[in-house]
Design a protein around this ligand. Structure first.
Ligand code: G3P
Length: 218
């Protein structure tokens, strides 16, 4: 399973992409608002830092298929590695099938059911993005949704990639990998938590102590 970074903040992407574990970046209107930047402003800079796909979403105010298609084409023109994020609505599906037929990579976002995921594949989406944390928030199992979609994609030999979003913890990431997701897009904080373990830090301290004691003995 690949890891994407779920952020529009260059100051978060820059140090973390040096780890060599990030295969792409996802943004959305909320993340761009938090970064105080527009998609147009950040795309080239993100592309300079990360080699993989960059996912940029149509404006939240774009709810009809014509506007989504127009914005999708403009977003796709920003960079060869960009994929256009479109919410999974009826209008969004119509826009997805149109853009996909034009050869534009589309990611359907805000997916909360297996039925929506099935429609997304039929519309030609390259990425299907269920939101795990937001289902957990309302007392439903986000992971169960991921497991079901992964199984459905396996049985159907689906060409779409299962990209898990709204990831809130390292455990979410591991569980999504075990469920068979293709990609998890993680906030910078979650990636940092994944790196850390107190026993790793304690182990280094003990090695340092033993090393300096041994060199003091010589
Ligand atoms: O990729 C979608 C993600 O940014 C949403 O995360 O934590 O707001 O549900 P969250």
């Amino acid at each position: 399973m690949q890891l994407f970074l779920d952020t529009a903040k260059l100051e978060e992407i820059r140090p973390l992409c040096e780890l060599g574990v990030i295969s792409g970046v996802t943004t959305n209107p909320s993340l761009l608002a938090k970064a105080g930047r527009s998609l147009e402003e950040v795309v080239a800079e993100i592309a300079g830092l990360v080699e993989g796909p960059i996912l940029g979403e149509v404006k939240a105010a774009a709810v009809d298929r014509t506007t989504m298609v127009e914005q999708g084409r403009a977003i796709a023109a920003l960079h060869p590695r960009i994929a256009v994020k479109i919410p999974l609505t009826a209008q969004g599906l119509a826009a997805t099938s149109r853009l996909s037929r034009e050869g534009i990579a589309v990611a359907n976002t805000l997916v909360f059911s297996p039925a929506q995921a099935l429609l997304s594949v039929q519309a030609g989406a390259k990425y299907v993005a269920p939101f795990v944390g937001r289902l957990d928030d309302i007392g439903e199992s986000g992971l169960e949704l991921v497991r079901t979609i992964a199984e459905m994609f396996r049985i159907q030999k689906s060409p779409a990639k299962l990209l898990v979003a709204s990831v809130r913890s390292p455990l979410h990431v591991v569980d999504c990998a075990l469920a068979g997701a293709d990609i998890a897009t993680v906030p910078a904080g979650v990636l940092k938590q994944m790196v850390q373990h107190p026993l790793t830090d304690a182990g280094i301290l003990r090695f340092q102590k033993d090393e300096s004691a041994a060199s003091g003995e010589k």
